[in-house]
Write a protein that binds this ligand. Structure first.
Ligand code: F0G
Length: 378
């Protein structure tokens, strides 16, 4: 048992004072959060204009996506209320995360996923972590509708982002960004699917902006807190949300019946946090925009090739949109910009391999053959 030291123990312990959690609640955690804010120096150099670009790489959470931030809160709450089972609809990442936290809490997990439309890694996670996987012949929106009905007919707690504890956990990513930069970014770019995450970030940035300056330790944390000084900020970023062109209800202005995109994580036509996401964009002076699958995949590859950052297609859309908005002159010169890379590239190895341009050579197991291969590709 850990009794002392500075071991990182997850976002609930780090931000406990800013989360709706009782002191005596048993925390269900996989030490999620505390993800790196990676400077995208090569990309920044190539776009110029004095811009600073950073990626909040949420793929480095325990199950490989930002969902863990919300899931630690939702499952902690569900378990503390005595729930014996949780349920979610998912395009993959929520199911992987729910399965992991349910396993840790010792409760049952049911996940509804669209048949044939979730990335391989996510399915592997949900199954090995012991959840009951229910594949439906429909899309995420069908699954969401059914899950909402199930909560009233079976003893299961919903852990989709309509569960308010999910967004409470996810807002901590905004706290971390501000704590890392010592200021708010000027713009924050983020993929939008069910629209919970953009809403959570706006809550997080807004809560930090409401903190009054203090001269000593913040007074919110327990004395052992390793992060005693939240940055005090006067500004909030412009929030920019990007959707895939085939699944872009916020650009259409209404739900989309048959969403389709290679970025299966955001293959969603009827986002549940519609009003909250619009509020984030309107209040921050931001915008929504959409990108084609080609633009998404091109940027996924570019990030991997030029920065060594391998995110899943849905995540790359944040950077794809940003680069296009920079080219279109929508981003002020000299700005500090953060992008959320929501999930790890290893989640979807099929898509990565299909479009990867690194050569795979087949040669004899001989020095001469390997030497030739090296010299040909230097
Ligand atoms: N990026 C990834 C990798 C995702 O998995 C999701 C959502 C999003 C972006 C969009 O976030 O829904 O808060 O707007 N995935 C959900 C799931 C829907 O089931 O895993 P959002």
């Amino acid at each position: 048992m850990i009794v002392s030291g500075t071991l990182y123990r997850g976002l609930i312990e780090r931000y406990r004072a800013r989360l709706p959690i009782a002191a005596d609640t048993r925390v269900i955690s996989l030490c999620e959060g505390n993800t790196p804010l990676i400077p995208l120096e090569n990309l920044a150099r190539s776009v110029g204009r004095g811009l600073s670009l950073y990626a909040k790489f949420e793929g480095l959470n325990p199950t490989g996506s930002f969902k863990d931030r919300g899931m630690t809160m939702a499952v902690t709450q569900a378990a503390s209320e005595g729930s014996r089972a949780i349920i979610c609809a998912s395009t993959g990442n929520t199911s992987a995360s729910a399965a992991a936290y349910a396993a840790r809490a010792g409760i049952r997990c049911f996940v509804l996923i669209p048949e044939g439309k979730i990335a391989l890694g996510k399915l592997a996670q949900a199954t090995i972590q012991g959840s009951v996987v229910i594949q439906i012949k429909g899309n995420f929106d069908d699954g969401m509708r059914i899950v909402k009905d199930m909560a009233s007919v079976a003893p299961v707690a919903i852990v989709n982002s309509i569960n308010p504890y999910r967004l409470q956990g996810q807002k901590t990513a905004a706290f971390e960004i501000v704590d890392a930069l010592g200021r708010a970014p000027d713009y924050h770019c983020i993929p939008v699917g069910n629209a919970g995450n953009i809403s959570a970030y706006w809550t997080g940035f807004s809560e930090y902006a409401a903190i009054q300056p203090k001269t000593a330790a913040c007074g919110y944390c327990v004395d052992t807190c390793a992060f005693p000084f939240p940055a005090v900020i006067a500004t909030r970023p412009v929030m920019v949300g990007y959707q895939a062109a085939g699944a872009a209800p916020f650009i259409a202005g209404h739900p989309v019946a048959e969403p389709e995109t290679v970025a299966t994580a955001i293959r969603i036509g009827n986002p549940q946090s519609w009003d909250l996401a619009w509020a984030a964009v309107r209040e921050s002076g931001g915008w929504f925009d959409s990108l084609t699958d080609d633009e998404i995949l091109h940027t996924q590859r570019r990030l991997a090739e030029t920065e060594g950052v391998f995110c899943e297609p849905a995540s790359a859309i944040a950077v794809a949109g940003l680069l296009r908005d920079i080219a279109r002159g929508r981003i002020a010169d000299g700005s500090v910009i953060t992008c959320t890379l929501t999930g790890h590239g290893l989640k979807d190895p099929d898509t990565a391999i299909k479009q990867s341009q690194g050569p795979i050579l087949q040669v004899a197991a001989e020095n001469e053959a390997v030497k030739r291969a090296i010299l040909d590709h230097l």
